[in-house]
Design a protein. Structure first.
Length: 147
């Protein structure tokens, strides 16, 4: 009887552990968390804009990215993302609207406050660590601090 009980407890523990996030392989890794956009540098002319007093944030969780202006001046967007080595690709943007259903974007018009020019954008991860991140696209270099 004890062996049956032990076997049952062992299977229950294994089932519990296998459903825990310890075994998740679909996480954002070093990107996970909330990132404050600190500055943007425009590659065309080298001008740099300090955004540290603005409240633009990128939040990574699993395979989703949420871009949000905490002051409410710009729309909030959800993106799918994929990180491969030193490349970050964001795609399939949706305008965040939980009450009426998130709306797929068909135009880049609303993305200007986030310095995004395409519905699928690839960034080079120039730096990621120590609570800072530097992303570079064809047109801009974005600097972040982990919040």
């Amino acid at each position: 009887m004890r062996n049956i009980l032990r076997t049952f407890v062992l299977f229950a523990v294994m089932a519990t552990l296998s459903s825990c996030s310890w075994f998740e392989t679909d996480n954002a890794g070093d990107l996970e968390g909330l990132w404050h956009v600190r500055s943007v540098e425009f590659k065309a002319d080298g001008t740099k804009t300090d955004l540290s007093s603005e409240r633009y944030y990128w939040a990574f969780q699993k395979k989703l990215l949420q871009m949000e202006d905490k002051e409410g001046k710009a729309e909030t967007f959800l993106w799918r993302f994929q990180k491969d080595e030193n490349k970050l690709t964001i795609s399939q943007p949706y305008r965040y609207d939980r009450e009426n259903g998130d709306e797929p974007l068909e135009s880049t018009d609303l993305l200007a406050p986030y310095f995004i020019e395409n519905l699928e954008e690839t960034f080079t991860i120039e730096h990621l660590g120590s609570g800072t991140m530097l992303l570079s696209s064809e047109t801009v270099r974005l600097s972040f601090r982990k919040f």
